[in-house]
Design a binder for this molecule. Structure first.
Ligand SMILES: [Zn+2]
Length: 461
């Protein structure tokens, strides 16, 4: 190890700087190193204390930085700019260590809170942990999402974060499974490793991560930007929803050892989507996750992935923009049916013999369809309406309504208004009733709900 790759130890104090009102970085006290949290190729992350609160300090292996001065300058710019859109899903750099105290430097960010799991671990589903006592066998810890809803919500949150970032003209440049932490119960997402974020068109040496990199970067003809981020984002979403790699099929697996030349072929010069409709040469192995989950994804999601990894694999401008992913995924979330028999899955796993009615294959329960704006959603007890359904806004987090079973007769459903606005229910007999905030109305075939501002929902049959 060279001198520049100085490591820190518990008890060390490191001076930090923050931007003052005039934009200049000025001394802002010291952080106290408490312990090492982890290390990678770029550096080490320490837990440190600053002004009575614990933070994470990412500390670089200076010699591994390709353009250290430019890298530091970019980091300072990101600290000055702050998080895009005040998006608190980013574990954004908050302060930088003073330049002269050590041969290298690092930046300060919030710690990942308890309960958040690294994306890669959720993708694998487990990890082997060191036993508490020496000589004991390793302990297998399993990781899984609390629900299908949480999984889809996590996908929505990832897309939202990247939409904000791209919206301020920056790209992330290194999307990969180690860059996200997810709360598997709620689907809440934290994006870390924001130190490579740079204005679109600029690059400070990072190339990306194998498997996530756009083919033109693998081929060496492009540098990371918003368009290559979009390729990586499609890989992240594919991996999240199908727990499989979009390019790892028969053709790739036939190479026993993935040599550099083979990697360049499979991920750079001749990448082939495992479900390419025109070329079946790289189909996934039967019985694997890809083969299992692909058929149950609704068609609009399969089409989005197909476009991303066929037309979009060659032409960066054909890649799906974040706003579109957001719409598809919000639709996907409302396509998850919670049947009264306990079955929870996408509506594609239900029978569709009758128009606008689907039938549970386990219990025979019939599920009607609710049309909200121009979207069709299965109508089941527990269906949540979000503010983006009932108002003309993009808020897909605030719940404004819920479908609930009647207390006396659970076969009858009602809709509860959880918004702050008064809705109107128009019944098939022509009568109209107001639904104030907190109030509800029984659901009948033909019922029309007027949310105001010309936005409505209708029970189809
Ligand atoms: Zn059922």
């Amino acid at each position: 190890m060279s001198r520049s790759n100085t490591e820190l130890k518990a008890g060390d104090k490191v001076s930090i700087q923050k931007p003052a009102d005039n934009g200049k970085f000025t001394d802002a006290g010291q952080v106290l190193v408490k312990k090492e949290l982890g290390r990678g190729a770029q550096g080490i992350v320490y837990q440190v204390e600053y002004e009575g609160k614990d933070y994470a300090l990412k500390w670089y292996f200076y010699d591994n930085l390709k353009h250290p001065d430019a890298f530091r300058g970019n980091l300072e710019k990101n600290i000055k700019d702050g998080r895009p859109d005040n998006e608190d899903r980013f574990l954004w750099p908050q302060a930088i260590t003073a330049a002269k105290q050590y041969p290298t430097f690092g930046y300060l960010m919030d710690l990942v809170p308890q309960g958040y799991i690294e994306f890669d671990k959720l993708y694998m589903g487990y990890e082997w942990k060191k036993p508490k006592e020496k000589g004991q066998p390793a302990v297998k810890e399993t990781y899984r999402f609390g629900s299908l809803d949480a999984l889809v919500t996590a996908s929505i949150n990832i897309v939202k974060a990247f939409r904000s970032l791209h919206g301020v003209g920056k790209s992330y440049q290194d999307l990969n499974g180690g860059g996200f932490f997810i709360d598997p119960v709620t689907g809440d997402v934290l994006v870390c490793d924001c130190d490579n974020v740079a204005p679109d068109g600029e690059n400070f040496g990072i190339g990306g991560f194998p498997g996530y990199m756009a083919p033109e970067i693998v081929r060496g003809v492009a540098k990371p930007d918003v368009l290559t981020d979009r390729y990586s984002l499609a890989v992240v979403l594919f991996r999240l929803l199908l727990r499989a790699d979009p390019l790892e099929g028969r053709k790739v697996l036939a190479s026993v050892v993935l040599t550099e030349a083979k990697e360049l072929e499979h991920y750079g010069s001749a990448p082939l989507f495992i479900f390419d409709p025109d070329d079946p040469a790289n189909r996934p192995l039967p019985g694997g996750n890809a083969a299992k989950f692909w058929p149950i994804l609704p068609s609009y999601m399969r089409e989005a992935f197909t476009r991303s990894f066929t037309a979009g694999i060659k032409d960066p401008n054909q890649r799906i923009i974040e706003k579109r992913w957001q719409e598809y995924l919000i639709r996907l979330r409302s396509d998850i049916i919670h049947c009264t028999c306990g079955k929870v899955t996408y509506s594609t796993c239900f029978d569709h013999h009758e128009h606008f009615i689907c039938t549970c294959r386990s219990c025979g329960n019939k599920i009607y369809t609710l049309q909200i704006k121009d979207m069709l959603a299965p109508l089941y007890a527990g269906l949540k309406l979000y503010r983006c359904y009932t108002e003309d806004v993009e808020d897909f987090e605030t719940i404004t309504g819920e479908v609930l079973p009647n207390k006396k007769d659970p076969r009858i459903y009602g809709i509860k208004n959880l918004s702050t606005k008064t809705w109107k229910a128009k019944f098939p007999d022509g009568s109209v009733r107001e639904i104030p905030p907190g109030g509800g109305a029984p659901i009948w075939k033909g019922l029309v709900i007027d949310f105001g501002d010309k936005i409505g929902a209708r029970v189809l049959s």
